[in-house]
Design a protein around this ligand. Structure first.
Ligand code: CP3
Length: 367
């Protein structure tokens, strides 16, 4: 590929800044919309790519990751792209083996079992060496997007990554990492600190590479309670928001808006609104009006249609979108699902969702 596509200078000018304005709490003429897991198996062109390439090979090859990132952008009127990668590239950077097993999901052949296992991690990881492929994918994608929409970078949050590193994969209860919280409190904080440090470097690197917003996925907040969230999740999330901003500035770049999506953290919405993030993402179990009341205009809210609602008819999807937009109001809102799309969703219904957000939010704004 030509050298200039890996240069962070001379990115194409951004033509659609709705997402950025909404994230900063500025006025928007309509509600911006993107979809968690918008690049994924519900798209046949994604399945075709995956038939030829192993999951982490797609992540690790900038041309492939860029191509997959652009797939939903070509189909739908989305207001943002999200770089194709996975939250589990961070445990890989720390030296752990992660496999993506078809039909099962991620699997760690050697999860952390006891506090002494922390010594096996490469604590002083240089993200430019271990995760440079993500930075290259971001830079390449910024060029290839031609300024159509902004590009979101992301990372898993410390507690969520700790879950996978100890549990070794997905789980109903996350009982192993929860045991650590109650039995090995000190080692838990050590691990969370190791993760926080690399996550900060990783997110700063993504901004330097060209990411225009950042989302932090605390996907397993629902396994915590208010008490353990306040001890083992929230402090690290706040440090990440603060230090990413400081370190981006220290490198002579403007900080970018940050989104925190803590799935299942309905008990923490007020605290999350004061944790240093511009946007708080809501899962579909949260009532938008309650969240507005709890956050009092301090942050933009993102979400939160039930991903399952994409199984409804297109007419029904419009009705559900209208109700959602009326509940959120059309300012300080970024429309999204309350979690990722399921692989069995019909892409035409995703289009119906996206188009409904456009036309209905414009209509409400004109009233
Ligand atoms: O389009 C996008 O949203 C960007 C890409 C993206 C992926 N994973 C691709 C992916 C993003 C942002 C993620 C984040 C991620 N990964 C999270 C946080 C979001 C969430 O869902 O809560 C988590 C928990 C993971 C870990 C992970 N990766 C799991 C649990 C799985 C298996 C899930 C499943 O549906 O099988 C993955 C695999 C994965 N990551 C796929 C995709 C498109 C599907 C696997 C495949 O292609 O075979």
């Amino acid at each position: 590929l030509p050298e200039h596509l890996y240069s962070t200078n001379n990115f194409p000018e951004l033509k659609n800044d709705l997402m950025l304005r909404a994230a900063r709490g500025e006025k928007t003429e309509r509600v911006p919309v993107w979809v968690m897991r918008q690049a994924g198996r519900y798209l046949e062109e994604f399945r075709a790519m995956r038939a030829e390439n192993e999951f982490f090979k797609v992540c690790q090859t900038p041309e492939l990751a860029c191509e997959v990132t652009l797939q939903p952008i070509r189909r739908f009127q989305l207001d943002a792209a999200i770089i194709f990668s996975d939250i589990l590239v961070v445990p890989q950077a720390l030296g752990m083996t992660v496999e993506m097993i078809p039909g099962k999901g991620p699997s760690f052949p050697e999860p952390l079992k006891l506090p002494e296992d922390l010594s096996k991690l490469d604590k002083d990881v240089d993200v430019n060496k271990t995760l440079g492929y993500v930075f290259d994918a971001i830079t390449l994608t910024r060029h290839k997007l031609e300024g159509k929409v902004p590009l979101i970078g992301f990372s898993g949050a410390p507690w969520t990554l700790m879950c996978y590193m100890i549990e070794g994969g997905g789980s109903e209860s996350m009982s192993k990492p929860k045991q650590w919280l109650y039995k090995y409190e000190e080692a838990s904080h050590q691990l969370l600190n190791i993760l926080t440090k690399v996550i900060i470097d990783y997110l700063v690197g993504q901004v330097i590479a060209g990411a225009q917003l950042l989302q932090v996925f605390e996907s397993h907040a629902g396994h915590l309670c208010a008490r353990t969230f306040n001890t083992f999740a929230l402090p690290y999330l706040s440090i990440i928001a603060r230090q990413v901003e400081e370190k981006v500035r220290a490198q002579g770049k403007e900080p970018v808006p940050m989104i925190i999506f803590a799935k299942g953290a309905h008990y923490a919405i007020e605290d999350l609104a004061q944790s240093g993030y511009e946007v708080v993402g809501l899962d579909w179990t949260v009532n938008p009006k309650t969240a507005r009341h709890q956050t009092q205009g301090k942050v933009t809210l993102q979400g939160n249609m039930d991903p399952g609602a994409l199984y409804a008819s297109k007419e029904e999807i419009r009705t559900i979108v209208r109700e959602m937009l009326e509940q959120f109001g059309t300012q300080q809102h970024i429309a999204n699902l309350g979690h990722g799309i399921y692989p069995t969703i019909d892409p035409d219904h995703v289009e119906a969702f996206v188009d409904a957000v456009h036309s209905i939010s414009e209509e409400i704004n004109l009233d």
